[in-house]
Write a protein of this length. Structure first.
Length: 91
């Protein structure tokens, strides 16, 4: 049996690859499925079934979202220094 991860030839009765220790009986995630932007919010037990390529795409999307949130937060922090509150609203 050929390992789907490292292409090493293994004994046909082996349950794991003798080179990389990957399970030989577990089907490798496929690249054929679609991945959606919202998928990066899914929990680990679901994401473990995704192909590495899709996980990298989702990681990139999550990092873009984190960067956008950071810049938004920084903008709010900088903007708050310029706001003046009228004296009638101050106790
Ligand atoms: Zn292997």
């Amino acid at each position: 049996m050929i390992c789907s991860y490292c292409q090493t030839e293994n004994n046909k009765f082996a349950s794991e690859c003798n080179f990389c220790k990957a399970p030989l009986k577990v089907e490798r995630p496929s690249l054929n499925r679609e991945v959606m932007e919202e998928d990066y919010e899914k929990p680990f037990p679901i994401l473990i079934n995704y192909h590495t390529y899709h996980l990298l795409l989702l990681l990139r999307k999550a990092r873009e979202e984190r960067t956008r949130c950071y810049h938004l937060m920084r903008g709010v922090q900088k903007g708050s220094k310029w706001i003046e509150i009228a004296s009638e609203f101050v106790c």
